[in-house]
Design a protein around this ligand. Structure first.
Ligand code: ATP
Length: 306
């Protein structure tokens, strides 16, 4: 019996850690088959995806009842638009993504996709509609082909190659002596940070999702790679409803809307221009960046203690 418990306990810890980091959420679900806390209602229906519009309606959320994390959060992401969320560490940015993927249910208000409350939907249909590019990509000790194909069970070779094209990693893969059969991961070829992110982008694109979540890595790549990855992300995000958890100002400037979060609330929102004109917290962060001349200011470092 103990032998049964140890691995299960271990999985629980791994699950919680990965969940905390919103690392490869899809992977965790596949390993564990389902989210323990979240069950489909007996009446759950598949998501009827139309344009992919997202609405957070007066959302409250806590992990533990004694500590509110999100408070009365109200915003929309119009179909095909890009919303960037910024704010200092612990403001609740990643929690938004976790709720949208329904790792947890809201404790107040509701989240709707194309007018449908997430709690009325089957988890499978919801997660099939959302592609995630996580901060850290989990690679299997297996071929590059396997590592990309994992993005969607049943994908054809042509689809996998197309996803690799979109992520601009196909030429790199095909230039390797073993090409698609190159083994990566701990015991294989170590991919660079940028290459790993491209694998993650390809995996996400393989799902052909209507909705994309980018959890931007906090550790910076060299600035050339960084820019190239950002360029690829904006290409693939075109025509997708996109939520970006952003750590760099350069990522948010072109967003259709920016949410500045502080302690689980929206402190300011608007376009880059609107936020600069209003002269608030975002504008000060921007000024700070201009003064310091940094290319990749990590917003969460410019904390909102005032
Ligand atoms: P960062 O930029 O550092 O990633 P964030 O804005 O994304 O921060 P969240 O990860 O959303 O912040 O966390 C918001 C708050 O919720 C933090 O105070 C964090 O400690 C807490 N929190 C996150 N996950 C859990 C959990 N599983 N259980 C309890 N508290 C949690």
């Amino acid at each position: 019996l103990l032998q049964l418990f140890i691995p299960l306990g271990f999985l629980g810890i791994v699950y919680r850690q990965i969940k905390y980091a919103i690392a490869d959420m899809d992977l965790v679900f596949k390993l564990l088959e389902r989210t323990p806390e979240i069950q489909d209602r007996p009446t759950a229906r598949p998501l009827r995806l139309d344009q992919g519009g997202i609405r957070f309606e007066r959302v409250d959320f806590h992990y533990q009842p004694e500590r509110a994390i999100l408070r009365d959060l109200d915003f929309r992401i119009e179909p095909g638009q890009k919303l960037a969320v910024v704010g200092h560490s612990g403001a609740g940015k990643s929690t938004l993504a976790r709720l949208l993927f329904r790792f947890y249910d809201v404790t107040g208000g509701r989240i709707l996709i194309d007018g449908q409350d997430l709690r009325d939907l089957t988890q499978d249909s919801l997660r099939a509609a959302i592609g995630i590019v996580p901060q850290d990509t989990v690679l299997f000790n297996d071929s590059l082909y396997y590592n990309l194909a994992y993005g969607r069970a049943g994908a054809t070779r042509a689809e996998i190659e197309r996803a690799a094209d979109m992520a601009h990693i196909r030429a790199f893969i095909e230039s390797l002596p073993d090409g698609w059969e190159t083994v990566v991961g701990e015991r294989g070829l170590k991919l660079s940070g940028g290459e790993k992110q491209r694998v993650a982008i390809a995996r996400a694109m393989l799902k052909r999702p209507r909705i994309l979540i980018f959890d931007e890595a906090t550790s910076s790549l060299d600035s050339h790679t960084e820019q190239a990855i950002q360029q690829t992300l904006s290409e693939v995000a075109e025509n997708h409803t996109t939520l970006v958890i952003a750590h760099r100002l350069s990522t948010v400037v072109d967003a259709d809307r920016i949410l500045v979060m502080e302690q689980g609330r929206i402190r300011e929102q608007g376009t880059h221009r609107e936020l600069l004109e209003s002269g608030g917290h975002y504008a000060s962060m921007w000024e700070l960046q201009q003064r310091e001349g940094g290319d990749a200011v990590v917003l969460q470092g410019a904390s909102g203690e005032n």
